[in-house]
Design a protein around this ligand. Structure first.
Ligand code: CAA
Length: 240
């Protein structure tokens, strides 16, 4: 039986590439999205992958959304927590709302989604959870105390949940992307981005497909011994 996967933020950017990679790997994919109906519809028309709208920062919406996916596509075996937002600004300018919203969506979303699907994975003795962290959660980034804290939290969340899933066949891993050619990175002021790219040893931005490849690896049937790990895919920008 084909595995059923949910990819949050799965209709655009890195998430779109992940949805496609998991479909190519033979899975039935549900691509969650929060707001951009037009892009979601275009995505479904192009790929045949069903899109489901809910806010990952809303606990009840995650419960309902995951139940709907289970009823329509089957019990959820794979969760990719990819949905994320930025509200960049230096500490002096960052509002409490900018802090709260990034924590609610980026970190809260991981908890809300895992809470909805982890019990079923454990009882069926098989599951894959991949959380998309960030180089900026590992190394910090000027103007991103909110985003860096949330992404760093995702790395801790991953290692803790991995311990709870291990005996039950549920692996939990993270990927820490560097700067990838997406709308999110395109929003960084051009002069700032130029300086960042100059520090990437590979000499370019990454491609969404290069992250998706890592996710597909971590979700594979034979990846059961890989858990609690973080795979950095960043063109060599941060090594440790
Ligand atoms: N290190 C040291 N100083 C820095 C700096 C840095 N990295 N970046 C900026 N500064 C300094 C500037 O030189 C400037 O100094 P002066 O006042 O002495 O000239 C001061 O900080 C203010 O800089 P800005 O004019 O840029 O300030 P701003 O308020 O207009 O913008 C900012 C601040 C929003 C943080 C802007 O610099 C920015 O967008 N930076 C990029 C942040 C970033 O990398 N975001 C990543 C988004 S993509 C993503 O998050 C995906 C992922 O996972 C990788």
């Amino acid at each position: 039986m084909a595995r059923v996967a949910i990819v949050t933020g799965g209709t655009r950017g890195i998430g779109e590439a992940i949805s496609l990679a998991l479909k190519d790997a033979g899975m039935i994919v549900a691509a969650n999205y929060a707001g951009n109906e037009e892009r979601a519809k275009a995505f479904t028309d192009r790929t045949g992958i069903k899109a489901y709208k809910w806010d990952v920062g809303d606990f009840a919406a995650c419960q309902d959304g995951c139940q709907r996916v289970a009823e329509e596509l089957g019990e959820v075996d794979v969760l990719v927590n990819n949905a994320g937002i930025t509200r960049d600004g230096t500490m002096l300018k960052m509002s409490h709302d900018d802090w709260d919203e990034v924590m609610r969506v980026n970190l809260g979303g991981c908890f809300n989604m895992a809470k909805a699907v982890f019990p079923g994975m454990r009882s069926r003795k098989w599951g894959r959870i991949v959380n998309i962290g960030s180089i900026n959660g590992q190394a910090g980034q000027y103007g991103q105390v909110n985003y860096a804290a949330a992404k760093s939290g995702i790395h801790g969340f991953t290692k803790a949940l991995a311990q709870e899933g291990a005996r039950a066949g549920v692996t939990v891993n993270a990927i820490a992307p560097g700067y990838i050619d997406t709308d999110m990175v395109a929003a960084v002021p051009a002069d700032v981005l130029e300086k960042i790219v100059a520090k990437i040893p590979v000499g370019r931005l990454g491609k969404a497909e290069e992250i998706a490849r890592g996710v597909a690896f971590l979700c594979a049937e034979d990846a059961g011994f890989v858990t609690g790990s973080t795979l950095s895919i960043n063109g060599g920008q941060h090594m440790y």
